[in-house]
Each structure stands twice: as C-alpha cells, then as structure tokens.
Design a protein around this ligand. Structure first.
Ligand SMILES: [Zn+2]
Length: 311
C-alpha cells in the first residue's frame, strides 16, 4: 500500500510577519525536492479537508478558538497581521490553514485506522506541537497531532496512542494537553535549555522527556533515543504511533544548535517503523512540525518518507 501524502495548497496562504522562518516556501521546497527525486510518484496524494471547529473545541479551550475566529474575521479581506505572541502571527488565511493542517492529520488517522492505508505523512503548516490547551504559541495555532490522537482513541480497537516528537523544540503543547491522559504517551527529544522552556520537568509515566545539550551530534542523539524511547514504547504497547516530525535539529538549521544529519533522520525513522511493526501493525501517522533551512528540510523530509514508504 503506498504512503498517503496529505496536504493542501491553502496551507501556503498562512503568513507570519515578513522574513519569518516559518514560511510557505518550506512546503514548496519539500514538494519540489520530492518531485525531482522521483519519490513523490510513489505516494498517494490526498487533498486535506478541514477539521471542524467543534472538534477543535473538544481539545482546546473554546475561548482560544473564539479568539482565533474573532481575529480571523477582523483580518478578512486585508493583508494585515495579528500577532498571537511575539513569534506567532496570523493573517486572514491562517485559521483556515490551521484547520486544514489539523484536518490532514485527522484524515491520516482515519485512513490508517479504516485500513485504507498503513502510513500517512501530512505536509502541512502552521505546525502544531507548541499549541497548549488555552494558548497558541511558537508558530502554532492549534495542536494538529494532538487532535489526531484524540480522533484515534475514538476507534474501538485503539486503546493507546504514542506520539514521538524529534523536533528540536520540546512539545510543551502536546505535553500540556496529555499530561493527565494515561492512554496517550508523549516522547520528546529536544535541545535544553532552550525555547519554549516550560513543562519539561513534569514527571509522569506517559511523558518521556529527552533533553539534549546544544552541540549534541547524531551518535549521542541515537544513544539517548534508544535509552529512553525503546523501553517506554515496549512497556506502553501503543496501537498507533504518531510522529511530530520536526527537522530543525538538523546541523544546518538556523533556529537551534543540535547537529543531526539526514542520516540521523533516516535512523530515527527506521526505529519508529520497527516499533510500529512490532506493536501497531506498522501503522504510523506523521506530521510536519519545524525545519527552517529549505534544502536541509527537503532532504530530511525525503529521508523520513523513504523509510516510511518501504518498511
Ligand atoms: Zn521546532
């Protein structure tokens, strides 16, 4: 079964302020690289449909969603921006893009759990993993992967979902949303101390934090992931693995200081596939988070997808 590649052209209409690193060209660079390398032909292209506002309000505080709707209405028909925090801007198209991004992940979950596919990758923006229950932050409006995990648990055969996050930033939003959900495990590797510097010290069986010092190279990253993620997943035995796939731990990324390469993303993707094959009938739904150097991002996504499509 081919890998589902879920995206929507309107995800490119979301604009932060000018010269913001989280920009539409990220998706364009990925698409162009996958087309040029021939990989794209091996995927099933799926057009994302938006998640409903009602579903988003089941996970996030309704007041946050009302704020996003109100600001969106005020921006409509203008080219103005509204800053949700110093890093996170909205334009007239941003809420629509965010609903498509979360909708893509929900669709991936449904297709995989309905047996229409084994794996899905969502090439979407804005990203989601910093969005907390009541707060949009860190380039994220709503938490795409978290909304997908909640959808997965509605399936009778799904009792436990694991979210694996190798973005260079800690997934404070996902941790905030699931710190009291024993049926969702969140494993996050991240540069520390570093943004967002919150919720990283929570001690819970279902929250697995792997802080890494600035300058950590691939071999040390691999040792830490093997030490923390493998026993956690072995004990938890998830029915579905979801991936917050951020590629800003790449050595060429301008936002942080870890030293990973495409080969490290291949390695961690192989580990995730092997865990999914052992516990989840191979089922994986992965979604783009960070990654801000266009060529390194495109090569790293290609490395991730080359593993997901084949194993
Ligand atoms: Zn990041």
């Amino acid at each position: 079964m081919p890998l589902d590649y879920i995206s929507h052209p309107q995800c490119l209409l979301h604009l932060n302020h000018s010269r913001h690193p989280e920009r539409p060209e990220r998706i364009t660079a990925i698409t162009e690289y996958l087309a040029a390398s021939g990989l794209q032909q091996e995927f099933r292209q799926i057009l994302a449909t938006p998640i409903s506002i009602e579903r988003v309000k089941k996970l996030h505080q309704p007041a946050l969603i009302t704020q996003l709707q109100d600001e969106s209405e005020k921006l409509s028909g203008t080219d103005k921006r509204y800053m949700l925090d110093p890093d996170t801007g909205m334009c007239a198209h941003s809420l629509n893009a965010a609903l498509l991004a979360a909708g893509a992940v929900q669709q991936g979950v449904e297709r995989v759990l309905n047996g229409q596919s084994i794996r899905a990758f969502c090439a979407v923006r804005p990203p989601g993993h910093h969005a907390e229950e009541a707060t949009s932050m860190g380039f994220c409006l709503i938490n795409n992967v978290a909304l997908g995990a909640i959808r997965a648990l509605e399936y009778a055969e799904v009792n436990r979902v694991a979210i694996l996050d190798f973005d260079v930033h800690h997934c404070n939003g996902t941790v905030d949303l699931f710190k009291n959900h024993s049926d969702i495990m969140v494993c996050s590797s991240f540069q520390h101390p570093y943004y967002p510097n919150r919720l990283f010290s929570i001690k819970k069986d279902n929250i697995v934090n792997t802080p890494l010092q600035a300058g950590t190279p691939g071999p040390q990253f691999r040792v830490a992931i093997e030490r923390d993620w493998i026993p956690a997943i072995q004990a938890f035995k998830p029915d579905l693995i979801m991936v917050s796939a951020g590629f800003d731990a790449h050595k060429d990324d301008p936002l942080a200081d870890l030293l990973l390469t495409e080969e490290d993303f291949t390695w961690v993707s192989q580990l995730i596939v092997s865990l999914a094959n052992t516990y989840c009938n191979g089922r994986i739904v992965s979604s783009l988070e960070g990654g801000y150097t266009l060529d390194a991002l495109a090569r790293s996504v290609a490395a991730h997808l080359a593993v997901l499509k084949d194993n």
